[in-house]
Design a binder for this molecule. Structure first.
Ligand code: ZN
Ligand code: ZN
Length: 364
């Protein structure tokens, strides 16, 4: 059984539990998760015994490549998605049609109700997302590749940095190198922030030069095809000030302790607290203004979250970032971010870019 078959089989159990005969999957990322199809404008009707993708002729060749064998309803030009879906639902004799509450629009819901007067529309919440939160082997492997490509790109860029390069240059180099190592793209536009700009957790690259600060923060990740990585490292371009040494030490200690704490059964809140306590005890707690981490996968920010109030218990197969940070306005910020797989007994760090402060100095 392919991993897509296995995912669709698991979904059927959830659809049954939701007291529906079928789920109309309208979230394109969820369609990708269930079929491997990477195009959009296509809905998947997953019934209790089979599934059909409602798509259009633009995608036939791509569909043959990406998901051979998947049953298709190709709507010709001029036939609306609503009409095609209505036809497939009627043919499958569905009485209770589940729709995805967080993706289907109110207008889709109303149109379906009108077009299918004998069908009860059941609004479901996060059925596919509940499966996506735990990664299967194929997903873990694809994330490993994304972490390796991120590392290779970073290694090459780091070795070629010069003080006159701008934040924009570094971001562009990272993207170019990632693609050279086989990545489809970066997971998100890389953050490269020199000196005080690193105090902005989501700084966009500018024409500021590396030489304008003593260190730079780089937050980047790679999409290896479908799955993403997400890392942050500091690059020391000047001399290591006592302040940088102190703050870096605290952030690294917090990150290592949180990674060490990750195991099945811990909640996202508990892991966040491990890191937050260390930073708070060092007197820097007010300067750590975001959650500790987030899940990654087909999207760069997914469930589960590691943050205050998150009661979801970690399970083997979840992948989360661990990224404590300390941001000092006017001075800069330090964040260290890795991607961590929850295993049966604890955790495994998937991203292996060195992170001792001495490792962060520019190669001379
Ligand atoms: Zn990041
Ligand atoms: Zn992140």
């Amino acid at each position: 059984m392919s991993s897509f078959d296995a995912r669709r089989k698991k979904l059927r159990t959830l659809v049954r539990q939701a007291e529906a005969d079928a789920l109309l999957v309208t979230n394109f990322t969820n369609v990708t998760y269930l079929t491997g199809f990477t195009g959009d404008d296509s809905y998947l009707l997953a019934t209790l015994d089979d599934e059909k993708l409602v798509t259009d002729p633009r995608y036939t060749t791509q569909l043959e490549e990406e998901c051979p064998g998947l049953a298709l309803e190709i709507r010709p030009p001029g036939v609306t998605m609503l009409k095609a879906v209505t036809k497939v639902v009627k043919r499958a004799k569905i009485e209770r049609l589940g729709i995805e509450g967080s993706s289907a629009t109110v207008s889709l819901q109303q149109s379906l109700a009108k077009a299918l007067p004998n069908v009860k529309i059941v609004v479901t919440e996060n059925l596919v997302e509940r499966l996506r939160i735990v990664k299967d082997k194929d997903e873990v492997d694809a994330t490993r590749v994304a972490c390796q490509q991120a590392r290779r790109a970073f290694d090459v860029v780091r070795a070629s940095l010069t003080p006159s390069m701008t934040e924009l240059d570094v971001a562009a180099e990272l993207e170019y190198q990632a693609r050279r190592f086989g990545a489809k793209s970066l997971s998100f536009p890389a953050i490269v922030a020199v000196g005080p700009r690193a105090a902005l957790p989501h700084a966009r690259p500018t024409s500021r030069r590396l030489s304008e600060g003593d260190f730079a923060l780089i937050d980047w990740g790679v999409n290896s095809g479908l799955y993403m990585s997400d890392l942050t490292r500091i690059i020391v371009t000047g001399k290591i000030s006592p302040k940088l040494r102190k703050i870096y030490g605290v952030v690294l200690k917090a990150q290592l302790a949180a990674i060490d704490a990750i195991r099945p059964g811990m909640t996202g809140e508990q892991v966040d607290r491990v890191a937050r306590r260390i930073i708070t005890r060092s007197g820097l707690g007010k300067l750590f203004g975001h959650g500790l981490g987030h899940g990654t996968g087909l999207e760069i920010h997914e469930a589960p979250r590691l943050a205050v109030g998150q009661k979801t218990k970690l399970r083997p197969g979840m992948i989360v970032t661990v990224e404590p940070g300390v941001y000092v306005p006017g001075w800069g910020g330090v964040r260290i971010e890795d991607d961590v797989l929850v295993t049966r007994t604890g955790s495994e760090v998937l991203s292996d870019v060195p992170k001792q402060l001495e490792d962060c100095a520019l190669a001379s």
